[in-house]
Design a protein around this ligand. Sequence first.
Ligand SMILES: C[S@@+](CC[C@H](N)C(=O)[O-])C[C@H]1O[C@@H](n2cnc3c(N)ncnc32)[C@H](O)[C@@H]1O
Length: 419
Amino acid sequence: MLQGQSLADCLEPALRELADDRERGFCSELCYGFCRHYFQLRKLLQERLAKPLKKRDLDVEVILLLGLYQLIHTRVGDHAAVNESVRLLQRRGKGWARGLVNALLRGYLRDRGAGVVSDEFIEADSYPAWMQQRIRADWPERAEALFAAGNERAPMSLRVDSRRLSREQALRNLAGAGIEAEAHPLVENALLLVRPVPVDRLPGFSLGLLSVQDAAAQLAAPLLDCAPGQRVLDACAAPGGKTLHLLQQTPEIELLALDKDEQRLQRVRENLDRAGLSAELRAADAADVDAWHDGRSFDRILLDAPCSASGILRRHPDIKLLRKETDIAALARQQRRLLQALWPLLRPGGRLVYATCSIFLEENEQQIERFQRDHPDSVEVTPNAVQWGRSRPFGRQILTGDQAMDGFYYAVLEKAQAR
Ligand SMILES: C[S@@+](CC[C@H](N)C(=O)[O-])C[C@H]1O[C@@H](n2cnc3c(N)ncnc32)[C@H](O)[C@@H]1O
């Protein structure tokens, strides 16, 4: 269905064709919800279909799944959901499946009415089997809570540029624009909106006074702790949320932002332009050091590594469909390659922050454990006396939904001074 493309990329052109915000909102809700609960809906459908549908009838299957999604997870009236599903069939020229769709959806409603099927659903069912297994293996005592948290809708979180605007003033500005928000309980410059709004409604967004960024992602720049004049590398920078934060926090740094994806790098530029800031931007494979490095060492390196994104399923539920089990080992290899290539570029006494938006141990603490074993000149200085996340044998983990944050991992490493 997504054919490897992200839902956001698929949806963007489709939404533009719709008439108004209400239709766009409904369409988004259906698509995101469909992905969020795809595995649960598919299981239910398989239980109720006498025989599987043919490959060429994928559209009929999607209509059935969407119908079930509306019956189970939305406030769309039952009859409206069934009738709309049948109408969709007709539009696809699949009128022959009317009987099937009617019978299946009405059968579900009948069974629910009779108490044969429960309204309650098992949160884990909305995950592919391999993800369920990995989450249970990595977080045996937290697995059920993680399944539930990953099925939630994430709050819209903002970061205030504290050099130009206080959080209190930002809250007043938002209230003045009719937008309800509250201060994040733990992260200094973070705000949580009660309801998401389009960014162009946010007062000061176009000037970079406010940025959309989860509170967990806002921890990277303070952990890097840059000082004026330092040479800083943001090795995997796009779309630039953390690049902008680094510069807003310490505008006097010399920042090089790399990303191997030229198109995504354009988004870093747009983010910096919005706030009237600039950095050296370069499209390159950060691990291919010879291709881009001028030989000067860095005081600070941020490696916000490509990862499974298993900590942000609530924002990007399509990851449940797109990610394969075999991707994890491949991602872990890429992360290792990046860590190994970048470490020699850090000056003695310098600091590297390793970050992922993953909750899988293989990409996080196991990665850092191995790195530290292979690099005796690395000293872990991840702070312990903080309230966010949980201390791990290596680094610090925020689990999805903890303290209203995305799932994130941080490890802070310093390079020992040469003796
Ligand atoms: C987690 S995202 C970074 C998010 C970004 N730091 C932010 O805060 O907005 C990971 C990025 O790494 C980039 N990437 C993946 N492999 C890379 C490599 N070998 N060298 C440079 N960039 C890479 C991807 O294109 C992607 O944009």
